[in-house]
Design a protein around this ligand. Structure first.
Ligand code: HEC
Length: 202
């Protein structure tokens, strides 16, 4: 085999691999359902995320003025539904997401740097359901959330109770009156907003 055909083989192989990669979404090779098993896309996305978070995470620790007191309310209304807390299970539908929202007090999340957690809460993770909170929250609010994520296992009794109550009252807010309504999640408030905007039935 001459040198020429050796290189031709390599280039041909690369072109073929590229074509298969480009064609794969049109052929529908990879399962995209949340009920399916994790496949190469999950590996690809997860590894990619890990690399990028390591590279881009802000090199900053939680600022001294960020606190759980400042973040707990927000965690209860927004993160709890998906991520839960040590004494508060996430919503049943969150169990049926793929990837599942991780339990943030466990090792995977706690092994991340403060800046890594900040980066994820700020920017979200595409194709996973993890929203970006940066666009409509201040830096301070996000650091308060990072502080809360760090302390989920050492919350005060009062803070733990706050989460349990929020889980009981939030999530199914429609038609549920009463004082507890302010605990409803951002998501629910958004949908209520849509309902009030829609006057067609009046
Ligand atoms: C709609 C559901 C949903 C909501 C709401 C949500 N998350 Fe997530 N979050 C996810 C999913 C799903 C992942 C996993 C993504 C992955 O595996 O790459 C995730 C991942 C994360 C991670 C990375 C953890 C790790 O171990 O890699 C952090 C940190 C995080 N979320 C924090 C938050 C905070 C703080 C809030 C509230 C401000 C929040 N999330 C709200 C679904 C959600």
């Amino acid at each position: 085999m001459g040198k020429g055909s050796f290189w031709l083989g390599i280039v041909g192989g690369l072109v073929l691999a590229g074509l298969i990669f480009v064609a794969s979404p049109y052929i529908g090779i990879f399962d995209m359902t949340a009920t399916g098993k994790p496949n190469i896309l999950d590996w690809w996305g997860g590894t990619n995320l890990h690399t990028i978070v390591e590279r881009k995470a802000v090199e900053e620790n939680i600022p001294a003025d960020a606190s759980v007191a400042g973040g707990i309310e927000h965690y209860a209304s927004t993160c709890l539904l998906c991520h839960g807390a040590p004494e508060t299970p996430r919503r049943p539908w969150a169990e049926s997401m793929l990837p599942q929202p991780p339990e943030l007090w466990k090792e995977d999340a706690q092994h991340m740097s403060d800046g890594g957690i900040y980066y994820i809460v700020d920017n979200g993770i595409r194709m996973t359901g993890m929203p970006a909170f940066g666009p409509d929250h201040s830096d301070d609010e996000i650091w308060n959330l990072v502080a809360t994520v760090r302390q989920l296992e050492t919350l005060s009794a009062e803070q733990r109770q706050h989460l349990t109550q929020a889980a009981q009252s939030g999530g199914h807010g429609h038609g549920q009156g009463g004082e507890e309504d302010h605990h409803n999640s951002d998501m629910d408030n958004d949908s209520q907003h849509e309902h009030t905007d829609n006057h067609e039935h009046q």
